[in-house]
Ligand binder design. Structure first.
Ligand code: C2E
Ligand code: MG
Ligand code: MG
Ligand code: MG
Length: 285
């Protein structure tokens, strides 16, 4: 009896595995094609980054895969696969090139030219010795102003050799590009690492924002991150701001930059541009 059960389980298990295996291979193949055909099925959405006076300073670009059968696929469903298969490198350069082209196009529009675009960069990309050269090439090829470009890194970059990483980061900053530490507070960065990393911004992880108005330690953590940022001369932005009470709690704790559903969901380009224009019409400079 036990053996039969085990056997049955094994059959079910392996059939399940096979199905998953087929679909992972299939997914990888389709993702590869999507990247090769770039703009046809990959799209960037833009989520506003807002200061305490309500001014839009720019946006974070978030990639979506518009799949012919499955519709809009969120990055959580394909970025991990892209990282495992190395597809993250061509995907990342498609995203960066699109962001740079967008910046170059905004530079010609008076209401848009101040905007900064934040682009997510994977640890795999930043581990490439020639990554800063690739970025430099994309910037010169597209004519984007590097001071309008910000790269968001996560603490997983620290898994690679620190000296090389710091050199690449210094080279990126020498181009004029800003560096922001995404999901800050959830990874391994010790205070020692932090003092060695040439970054411009700490981005408070949304888990702290979410816990902020409940009892607990989140408020102390946020206060500490803000003080750390001030001490190191870095700007601090909070992500995942969904409610007005979270926003006012953040302001009280000294945080002055916000991103989250309260200020705007990630949206297609035309909607983002409309939001920026509508806001400027309300508050002339
Ligand atoms: P992330 O960089 O930390 O981006 C923030 C995520 O939080 C986004 O999810 C965004 O849509 C979501 N979010 C924003 N505001 C709120 C809010 O108020 N409440 C809640 N609950 N969520 C909010 P998304 O777009 O699904 O992206 C997930 C992750 O995928 C990103 O996390 C980033 O790590 C990665 N990703 C997205 N685009 C790219 C890309 O072009 N390259 C790379 N390497 N990674 C990317
Ligand atoms: Mg990010
Ligand atoms: Mg984040
Ligand atoms: Mg995140």
């Amino acid at each position: 009896e036990a053996k039969r059960q085990g056997g049955a389980r094994a059959v079910v298990f392996s059939a399940d595995l096979k199905a998953r295996f087929d679909s992972a291979i299939q997914l990888e193949r389709e993702l590869r094609l999507a990247i090769e055909h770039g703009g046809l099925s990959l799209v960037l959405h833009y989520q506003p980054q807002i200061d305490r006076d309500g001014h839009c300073l720019g946006a974070e670009t978030l990639v979506r895969w518009n799949h012919p059968e499955h519709g809009m696929i969120a990055p959580a469903r394909f970025i991990p696969l892209a990282e495992e298969t190395g597809l993250i490198v061509p995907l990342g350069s498609w995203v960066l090139e699109s962001a740079c082209r967008q910046l170059a196009s905004w530079a010609a529009q008076p209401e848009m030219r101040h905007l900064v675009l934040a682009v997510n960069v994977s640890a795999h990309e930043l581990a490439l010795p020639d990554y800063p050269d690739r970025v430099a090439n994309l910037i010169s090829r597209t004519g984007a102003d590097p001071r309008r470009l910000k790269l968001e890194l996560t603490e997983t970059v620290l898994a690679s050799d620190l000296d090389g990483l710091v050199q690449r980061m210094i080279r990126l900053r020498s181009l004029g590009v800003g560096l922001s530490m995404d999901d800050f507070g959830t990874g391994f960065s010790s205070l020692n690492y932090l003092s060695r990393l040439p970054i411009d911004q700490l981005k408070i992880d949304q888990s702290f924002t979410r816990e902020l108005v409940r009892a607990g330690h989140a408020a102390s953590i946020v206060r500490t991150i803000v003080a750390l940022g001030q001490g190191l001369g870095l700007s601090v932005i909070a992500e995942g701001v969904e409610t007005e009470s979270q926003r006012s709690a953040l302001i009280e704790l000294g945080c002055s930059l916000f991103q989250g559903y309260l200020l705007g969901r990630p949206m297609p380009l035309d909607a983002f541009e409309r939001q920026v224009r509508a806001h400027q019409a309300l508050t002339p400079p």
